[in-house]
Every structure is written in C-alpha cells, then in structure tokens.
Design a protein around this ligand. Sequence first.
Ligand SMILES: Nc1ncnc2c1ncn2[C@@H]1O[C@H](COP(=O)(O)OP(=O)(O)OP(=O)(O)O)[C@@H](O)[C@H]1O
Length: 460
Amino acid sequence: MTRLLIIGGLEGELGIAARIATARGARLRHAEGVTGGMAIARGEGADLILCDLRHDVPWLVRTLAAERIACPVVACGRDADGDAAVRAIEAGAKEFLPLPPDADLIAAMLAAAAGEPDAPIHADPVMVALLARAAMVARADASILIGGESGTGKEVLARYIHRHSRRARGPFVALNCAALPEALLESELFGHEKGAFSGAVAARRGKFEQADGGTLLLDEIGEMDPRLQAKLLRTIQEREVDRLGGQAPVKIDVRILCASHRDLVEEVAAGRFREDLYFRLNVIGLRLPPLRERQGDILPLAEHFAARYSEANGLPARPFAPQVRAALLTHPWPGNVRELENAVHRAVLLASEDEIGPEALELAPPRRQDAVAGEAAPVLAGAPVTALVGRTVESVERDLILETLGHCLGNRTRAAEILGISIRTLRNKLHDYRAAGLAVPPVPGQGPFAALPSDALRGA
Ligand SMILES: Nc1ncnc2c1ncn2[C@@H]1O[C@H](COP(=O)(O)OP(=O)(O)OP(=O)(O)O)[C@@H](O)[C@H]1O
C-alpha cells in the first residue's frame, strides 16, 4: 500500500486530493508544514510526498536528498503559481500536480510511486469504486471471491488485492483449477512426497505451501471436482495441508482468493459446488463488470496496450485515428479486456507509420452462441500460416481448436485426439470461448444443426 504524505492545509483542494488518494487505497499521513513533514519522512518513511507550493518545496527536496531519504516529491498548486512550480521542479521535485486535482493523475502517481507495473488501468467510475472497495477489503484476511466474465481482469484484481494487503511482501501464487486434470490438480495444490504415486520421483511443495505467508489465487474454482472441493474445505478449516503420501500435515498461513466466471450460486443450486465451501470462500464478494459496462476504461486501456506493445516491438508510439477510437468505444467486447488487448496488439503491428488507422483494427463481429451453418467459422478462420506473424499464441490456439472441432463435426473426442490435448482441457477451452461469445460447433446429435451436411457445418 502506498504511503502518501501530504504537506499543507487539508481544508481546500489539497484535501480533495487527499480524499481521492485514500479512496484509491493510499495510506495517508499529513503535516501542516515542511518541518513536520520531514519528521514523518524520517520516522515512518513515505513512498510519495504531495507538498503545497505555498510551502518551501525546494527546501524539502534538498533536505530529503541531504538525508538520503529517497522519496519523490510532487509540488501541488494552481496553474497561476507558475514561478513557484518552476523553482520546485528545478530544485528536484518530480512533478507538478495542478489543483483542483484530477483523480486519474493522482491514481497514476500513486501507481508509479508504488512501482506497480501491472496495476489495473482504469478510469470509469464503476472501476474506481470497485478498486477502492478492493483496497479496503484487502487489509482484512478474509477470503474473497472475484466474479466476472472471462477476460475482465480477475487475476489482475487479485494481484492488486495482494499488493494492498498486509501480505504484500509475501508470495502471490496463482493456480488455474480448470487447466489440469483432477489428479494433477490435487498434487499441484497439496504437494506430494517422493514415491506418492508413479512418476513422483521427488518430493514437491504444493501451491498452498508455496503461498505460505502470502496469497493463493484459485482461478476457475467452479471447475474443481467435488472430491477436491472437500479436501480444499478441510485445508482451509484446519489451516494445514496433507501432502499426497505425507506422514504429517504441514501448517500453512495463506490468504485465499478465488475467481470464477461461473455464477457459483447457480453451481451450488445445481449441486455441483459445495455450499459450505462457497460460504467459506465468499466471505467478501467482488464482481468485475464486463468491459461493455465500463466504457470509461476502454480508451485508457487501449492506449496502455498500444504503448506497451509498441515499446515491446521497437515501434514508435502512434495515436489512434478518430475512427478507431469510435470503433473501440462501440464494439461490445465479448472477450472483454483480453479481447481488447489482443486487438490493440495486432493493430500496433499492422498500423502504418504515423497513426493506428482503421485498416489495422480487426474486430470480430459479435456472435450468437451455436451459430447457424456458415457462421460457425471461428474468428479469422482459414488464416494462412504466413498470416500468423503478429498474432498472439492464444488467438492462434483458439482458431486452431475451433477449426479442428469444426472439421470433426463437433466430435470432442476426435478433435482432442487430433489436437493432442486432453478432452478435459478441450472442454474447458470451449467453455471459455462460449463465455466470450464465440460460436462453438455443437456436440453431434445435440446441436440444432446436427442434420446439416458436413460442409455446411464446417463453415469457412
Ligand atoms: N484493468 C486492467 N489493466 C491492465 N490490464 C488488464 C486489466 N484487466 C485485464 N487486463 C489484461 O487482460 C488480460 C486478461 O486479464 P485476466 O487474466 O486478469 O482476466 P480473467 O478475468 O482472470 O480471465 P479468465 O477468466 O479468462 O481467467 C490480461 O492480459 C491482463 O493483463
């Protein structure tokens, strides 16, 4: 959690800045003047100092430097205080924050001060409120269940909670419960002793032990099978894990965060998820809204991804053309932030020299589930191999899986065989694609198009 020190009177606009910063999860200390501020910086330390320009900012900056206290100072004032701002910056103040304060600017400063490279990018009031709540509940040790469609940023939020918790210096460990078959998931979670099963050639600490003193994120918890659910409940209640093949349980101190794109209440009602475990995990519930319900986040996220992928690919930073901005704002984003990230990544690679224009933006048309024949083609189906450069592994994998399944007329077993993956992995992936609004060929004999000829089903 960022320790913010504000120097100056809090009755006016600086007070508003203080409230914004606290709402964004900063821990606030306050001093009326620079001498009091220095005393706090020496005693408790600070990650960021906001100092009113009416105080002696140059003295503050010099004294911090002389005492080797590394802490950025941001000078705050009205635009009219130009001369004082220049003097402050010349003395070594990091930035000038114009008053009245802008909430996004404060958030960016806090994120930079906290050194949070993967801080959630956000601007929409819905997300501002959600993150403020997350930062608040992060301090308790209670379990949190994070709901939200696939790709909305549940893991990003979980990491944010960890960083704002008193376990921030401990490990953050994540495990996707949908990605592994049951037996493997069990040993990944709980660990095993050497020889516990064939192939267990050495003892291995499970994720619970790895997360000791920190936070464990169990992603896609709704996919966990009932036997493991029972074992998980026991582990949480007893605060100790039994390694497979182990002699004695091992004490653990772990905070559990869970994420699921399924409605776990429905899963409980359907008898697929244990009610007692649900109540254990859902002490606090947070729901990430789909991207289409937080329009204010779209452009800041798009700009963030454009900057990131331009830099990563050694390309110049280019602005989005106005048509692209409009298209980004109106697209429904069934795959949420992940879809936006992939679309912007592609656009950055395909764009011309001076701007990211509409020709570089490929947006998948919105799809109904189980689309009619001919529409069953996956996004970018039939892309020749030479067109793969510039695409993410994830999007190529998705197209490969959907095309293969279409080729097998929806036969999951056959498609999994051809793809060389387990049927469980295939099912999990198809589930995600469906949740993201993509057309998934139905199981033969069950779908509405079972009677159609194969060519029609295969699509493009
Ligand atoms: N607010 C955000 N700021 C920056 N990046 C984000 C944000 N939200 C999501 N992302 C990015 O979008 C992608 C998907 O996010 P994440 O994996 O957290 O989603 P998820 O909801 O856990 O998805 P799934 O349910 O499929 O596991 C990631 O690459 C992540 O970095």
